[in-house]
Design a protein around this ligand. Structure first.
Ligand code: ASP
Length: 443
């Protein structure tokens, strides 16, 4: 049978009303057999996510202060959910036991994993489904990657095709059997592991937005949602600051060729965004770009030296100096007699003078300086770089808007054109490019 893994984020399981929507969604498609859930998120601005309260409880115990107050908030949330859904399954007694563990000083990972654990216990009961504890099936290596055997172990655990299973997100166990959490937002990763382990045909990720947007809604008013985007494009968008879903969650499904669909629990009729290995023909024809993303906070080390191109090992020595100081770089635009290295401002950590002095001494450039306060903006799209006229469109749009382009870089991946501008022109750059490439066209 074809199965779909459905993962519901914190806002989708924030209270009983949201969990009723989860049930309706699961029941609307017989293939939705594997359900992964987050811990309850915020019900309104100003409230804390349950996971944050758990982090707080652990910290208070570690500092020898009494965590009763935040713990009470946690207990209230679960009590309210079970009462409103009419569930009597011993979770509240287990919560008492957990409070004792907490006071005895259980580990931080174990503490914060309980948000997902109790959430899944309640939802499994409400759906009449089987609860699966990932601590028995997902193995996290010391370097935080997922051990391959997890796919087999979890796959075996999910082998009944007719059964509905509920799995808490966000954690597994380490080689010693201790609960190990993923990084924040990590329930997405659990969903991806489950999709691969179960050989699912689709991984649906239910959130509170109707898919991924073509640009940051804080800059563009009501940006178009993306209908279809490839794994490679999504990686570029996420890296350049677009808030999509957890980037570590892409790998397990991408390797197995399982598409992901981002959907809105509050508007299940919306199509959302499909993340696919390859764009469909119609999609390829209808669109030039996937989206526009960007980030502030970059610096550029700029060097010029006549006949630099004839000097062997010049670039190698330059990067060696950065490496020596543990500074990693983002972009590397170069021409015949000049190179620039773009680094995240936080990477420099006040090392500006040290680096400049060493580069001067070892490379003897004709000119050398660091330009601060840069923003990078990427126009992302498969095959875009091969399409005639795209770069021209970028230049002419920005030129007409009077925006000074400091850097332009075209990735070898043929998937993005990256523009560096002054931070003060960041918002104007995003708006200008969005108007030029998207306007009111949807992808
Ligand atoms: N509850 C965890 C967090 O807040 C994991 C998740 O929601 O995906 O980060």
């Amino acid at each position: 049978m074809e199965r779909i893994v459905v993962k519901f984020g914190g806002s989708s399981v924030a209270d009983a009303e949201q969990i009723r929507k989860v049930k309706a969604i699961v029941e609307a498609d017989h293939r939705r057999r594997i359900v992964v859930v987050s811990a309850p998120g915020k019900r309104h601005a100003g409230e804390s996510k349950l996971t944050d309260l758990l982090y707080l409880c652990h910290e208070m115990v570690a500092m020898d202060t009494d965590p009763t107050e935040p713990f009470q908030l946690i207990r209230n949330r679960f009590t309210e959910i079970s009462r409103e859904l009419g569930i009597e399954n011993g979770v509240l007694t287990e919560l008492e036991e957990f409070q004792e563990d907490l006071l005895r000083g259980c580990s931080r990972d174990y503490t914060v994993s309980r948000g997902e654990y109790f959430s899944a216990r309640l939802i499994a009961d409400y759906l009449g489904a089987e609860f699966v504890d990932p601590a028995n099936a997902i193995i996290v290596r010391a370097n935080t990657t997922i051990a391959r055997e997890s796919y087999r172990l979890l796959g075996e655990r999910l082998n009944d095709q007719e059964q509905i299973y509920v799995i808490p997100g966000f954690y597994g166990r380490d080689r010693d059997g201790e609960v190990k959490t993923f990084s924040r937002g990590g329930s997405d990763i659990t969903g991806a592991i489950a999709a691969r382990a179960a050989g699912a045909v689709l991984y649906e990720n239910w959130t509170d937005t109707s898919g991924i947007l073509m640009a940051d809604p804080r800059i563009i008013d009501n940006p178009q949602p993306i209908t279809e985007i490839t794994f490679r494009e999504i990686r570029e968008m996420a890296y350049m600051g677009a808030s999509v879903f957890h980037d570590e969650a892409i790998l397990p499904v991408r390797e197995a060729g399982i598409p992901i669909r981002i959907r809105n629990t509050n508007r299940p009729e919306d199509p959302g965004t499909m993340i696919v290995p390859k764009l469909s023909e119609s999609e390829l024809k209808s669109t030039e770009v996937a989206g526009i993303a960007g980030k502030k906070g970059f610096s550029m080390i700029c060097l010029e030296k006549s006949l630099m191109n004839r000097e062997t090992g010049f670039v190698y020595r330059l990067l060696g100096i950065l490496n020596e100081h543990g500074v990693s770089f983002e972009q590397f635009p170069a021409s015949i007699d000049s190179v620039s290295v773009i680094v995240e401002e936080q990477q420099l950590r006040g090392l500006d003078d040290v680096l400049l002095e060493q580069i001067h001494r070892q490379l003897e450039p004709d000119s050398l300086y660091i330009e601060k306060n840069l923003a990078l903006v990427a126009v992302v799209g498969e095959g875009m770089v091969r399409t005639v006229g795209i770069a021209g469109k970028v230049f002419s749009a920005l030129g007409s808007a009077g925006i000074n382009i400091r850097v332009i870089n075209q990735g070898a991946s043929e998937m993005n054109i990256i523009i560096g501008v002054a931070e003060s022109e960041y918002e104007a750059t995003v708006t200008t490019l969005y108007d030029a490439f998207v306007g009111n066209r949807a992808r």
